[in-house]
Design a protein around this ligand. Sequence first.
Ligand code: GMT
Length: 376
Amino acid sequence: MKIGIVCYPTFGGSGVVATELGLALANKGHKVHFITYTQPVRLKVFSPGVYYHEVRPLKYDLFEHTPYEIALASKLVDVCQHEHLDILHVHYAIPHAAAAYFAKQILVSKGLNIPVVTSLHGTDITLVGKDDSYGPVVEFSINHSDGVSTVSESLKIDTLAAFDIKKDIEVIPNFIDFNRFKKSNKEHFKKAICPENEKLIIHVSNFRKVKRIPDIIKVFKRVREHLPVKMLLIGDGPERHKAENLCRVLGTCNDIRFLGKQNAIEELMAIGDVFILPSEKESFGLAALEAMACEIPVIASNTGGLPEIIKHGTCGYLSPVGDIESMSNNMTKLLENNERLNTFKENALNRAKDFSLERILPLYEAFYEKIMRLNS
Ligand code: GMT
């Protein structure tokens, strides 16, 4: 198949999923065309079967806001026409689904019918998409996509609750590439971070409000009252500064390292004992799955798609959003007993295997084929 992929090329979860999906499809022999405003980090290495088309909106003094969606739609028309794409797969509804609809209509006027698949990832529905400033366009462009998928059952339910949806929604969970995410021996590195053999807590996110970063610092403080622990906070975003201040106030700075954005997350995961994700909303929680693939159990909030990945009491623990006490107790219980911790680590890996690339990729291929058949 010749597949066009549109996504956010930066550090967001939806962009990571879209890029990994495209690379995996190309490895299986498909031709994959990425259409984005900058090259996704992982595409910078040459890979046969992968093509990249940059969207470059013309800037003009009169435009206070450059109309990116129009430039994207125009680029989609160009790529679909000249590269003879079979299907267009857009990740994250805003603004990609609307731009794809626009491009599709232009192509129809030229006698070409390209099916469009829209994958919803989370905040495009649960936070931003519902807002009046985007809602009508999001609803319309979902209903006019040829195929719609969500990354969890929970996000499907949220989508149906937020909008008047006339389309069937296919649930295709996020996946993990075990060639990349697996436990490796980084003992020297662990020794440098945890010289007294402390247990190591890890969190990875884009540090937005929805991730509830202050909860992480508060849980850490409580656990540290019982056990020797250290923590790595990986990623960056608007809440980081507040979190650093809270560490100062709570006197935990010496045991917490803020690492900022990192590419080789798997190398850091290799030394973790437990992962924490106390989000307000989390449609899937790819970071938690990546941790589990590296044999790290997860302490998380019982929200969104997280219970679909984390089995409470076997490969992690779930608590109500904002319940610091419950999360701290669960984490302490897990870290203070090596036998329990090792069992949870093993269970985490086994659970992650349910989401292997090998299992999930054929679901996307079958979905494309179905949509192409229905559209022909
Ligand atoms: O907040 C993020 O983690 C980024 C966001 C995005 O849209 O890029 O992630 C969403 O999509 C990911 C990939 O499908 C999911 O794993 C995340 O759970 C989801 N984030 C939220 O729902 C908050």
